[in-house]
Unconditional design. Structure first.
Length: 302
């Protein structure tokens, strides 16, 4: 079959189902439509594409190999449509000088003070807007010209974004303060196999990739029983279920009293933090800010 009649709504529905992991969840939470109608739309999409994109299982929906490939392209297509609409709206608006900086939630503690100092030195008159979001949301905002620069992960499904490396940090184990493993100075990965695992990467594909690679490298299996959308949800689940999660080291800045962080023994997995910006962004302030990246790194590492 040809794909000339794949419609935007098909792509939006497919992405929602893939991200929710369930037809019912996507229908109720994201799309506010009836589940049979959503199933029909997904079947129409699969007929147009010509291959199965989803497998329906007892515990929800799993993407086929073709579905995983299609998901990246579908997200990109939707972002480009949003970018086109946003560019058209902006063309009609009078310009005012605003510089928007995005932070992966929790990274503001480390990077915001020096970032603001540099921006104020460069242009005291510019209005600086600070936004905190998940890494995929930041990448999306950069692609849609909603943001000038962002501190995020090196997201894969992006178009026209340049990344500058900033830092690599190890992943640590977050466990309840009263847990028997909390008495250890470091935790062996094999000790985690018996524990309840809270997956922290539902909204963080790069973090998920790092954890999956690590689990494979040290030959362990994790018992995933809960999914968390962000760090605060992950910490709440750790405290309430007695389970554990794996998170980049910056999480130590935001721990509650009932949760502690412990390093992994051996060679821990690491995750990269980068500075992202659109290659099409001609802002002179952005260029001056990028030129001071080394200074920013030096000040933060002090």
């Amino acid at each position: 079959m040809g794909n000339d009649s794949v419609e935007l709504r098909h792509l939006r529905y497919f992405v929602a189902v893939a991200e929710e992991g369930s037809l019912t969840g996507a229908a109720e939470k994201r799309l506010h439509t009836a589940q049979p109608s959503l199933s029909r739309q997904i079947r129409e999409l699969e007929m147009e594409v010509g291959v199965p994109l989803l497998e329906r299982r007892a515990r929800g929906i799993v993407l086929t190999r073709a579905g995983r490939v299609f998901l990246d392209h579908a997200r990109l297509a939707l972002l480009q449509v949003d970018a086109a609409c946003e560019a058209a709206r902006l063309a009609e608006q009078p310009s005012k000088v605003v510089f928007t900086v995005g932070f992966l939630i929790g990274q503001e503690v480390t990077w915001l003070p020096e970032t603001l100092r540099i921006l104020r030195e460069e242009t005291p008159d510019t209005e600086v807007v600070i936004v905190s979001q998940s890494s995929p949301e930041l990448a999306s905002a950069l692609m849609r010209d909603k943001m000038d620069v962002a501190f995020l992960r090196r997201e894969k499904a992006t178009s026209g974004i340049n990344f500058k490396p900033l830092a690599r940090e190890p992943l640590v184990v977050l466990i309840p303060a009263g847990h028997r493993l909390a008495r250890s100075r470091t935790i062996r990965p094999q000790e985690l196999e018996r524990e309840v695992y809270i997956n922290p990467a539902r909204m963080a594909p790069v973090l998920k990739g790092v954890i999956d690679d690590y689990v494979q490298r040290v030959c362990i299996k994790l018992k995933t029983e809960y999914d968390a959308e962000n760090l605060s949800a992950a910490m709440s689940l750790v405290a309430s279920t007695g389970g554990f999660t794996l998170f980049p080291q910056y999480a130590q800045n935001m721990l509650t009293r009932s949760v502690v962080a412990r390093p992994l023994s051996g060679e821990p997995p690491t995750i990269e933090l980068v500075m992202g910006y659109s290659s099409a962004n001609a802002s002179p302030l952005l260029q001056r800010f990028l030129a001071r990246t080394e200074e920013l790194l030096a000040c933060v590492s002090r």
